[in-house]
Design a protein around this ligand. Structure first.
Ligand SMILES: Nc1ncnc2c1ncn2[C@@H]1O[C@H](COP(=O)(O)OP(=O)(O)OP(=O)(O)O)[C@@H](O)[C@H]1O
Length: 246
């Protein structure tokens, strides 16, 4: 059961051209990285997929779940760019609260919050107030909120932005460990960091899918002679054109 967008169109302002126009996209299995320049429409696409925005036209489907229904929202977890901590709640309370909001019983949510925090390696911080966690830890709490209600699709908007290299490593390992259980779509500007580890790479530009396919097929766009370790950047630049011309 894969998330599927068909002829999806969305614009923030009626009189302006849409930001996303007639977009067809099927989220593959595993870990997919969503790349694209500023303003390409990555966040908008993730919000539409999460049913946080209502499309102007087109459809979003996930099996037979009704788009935007409580069961759809339980199956699809979305982590926006900025996670606001609820200062008075501990990490465990926060994760359990999200589970409860998604329709779980209090006791279930509480028990699974513990497990979800262990999965993101934050069991030892479960009793810490969210306001005292670092940005990277807060994003791992965000992933735990998806695991608590056993989402099938995880939509992550620039989760590694602002993380130091060690935090990024922890986060990459976490996504790699989850890729067999959930379909993950993660937007990022860390081209080199995430793209080479992904199963699939999708490049969005001007609200259109410029490329989608396996990581190997993406990396093949790198010009011949690209230095080892620069393949992802080379492929990205080749697909989008030289930044000096942008
Ligand atoms: N709330 C909003 N109101 C009006 N226009 C918006 C709004 N949010 C986004 N846009 C516009 O929609 C377009 C796509 O924005 P979006 O945030 O989806 O791009 P993005 O690829 O995620 O960019 P970035 O990499 O900078 O986060 C941009 O032109 C942006 O200015």
């Amino acid at each position: 059961m894969n998330l599927e967008l068909s002829a999806l169109t969305y614009g923030y302002r009626r009189r302006r051209p849409p930001v996303i126009e007639k977009l067809d996209y099927r989220l593959p299995d595993g870990l997919t990285v969503l790349l694209g320049p500023n303003g390409a429409g990555k966040s908008t696409l993730l919000k539409l997929a999460a049913s946080a925005l209502a499309p102007r036209a087109g459809t979003v489907s996930l099996g037979d779940l009704a788009y935007g229904s409580p069961s759809y929202r339980r199956a699809v977890a979305w982590m926006p760019q900025a996670i606001t901590p609820l200062p008075s709640l501990t990490a465990r309370e926060y994760v359990a609260y999200v589970g409860w909001l998604k329709g779980m019983s209090r006791s279930d949510a509480w028990a699974r919050a513990e497990r979800a925090l262990a999965r993101v390696e934050l069991a030892d911080r479960a009793g810490e107030r969210t306001s005292r966690l670092s940005g990277g830890q807060l994003r791992r709490v965000g992933v735990a909120t998806a695991l608590v209600h056993e989402a099938r699709v995880l939509l992550l908007d620039e989760p590694t932005a602002g993380m130091d290299p060690r935090q990024r490593r922890v986060f990459r390992d976490l996504l790699a460990a989850l890729r067999d259980e959930v379909h993950i779509l993660v937007s990022t500007h860390d081209v080199a960091d995430l793209a080479e580890e992904a199963d699939q790479v999708t490049v969005l530009d001007g609200g259109r899918v410029l490329h989608t396919g396996t990581t190997d097929s993406f990396l093949r766009h790198a010009p011949a002679g690209t230095a080892p370790g620069r393949a992802a950047e080379g492929a990205y630049t080749a697909l989008l054109g030289d930044p000096a011309d942008a």
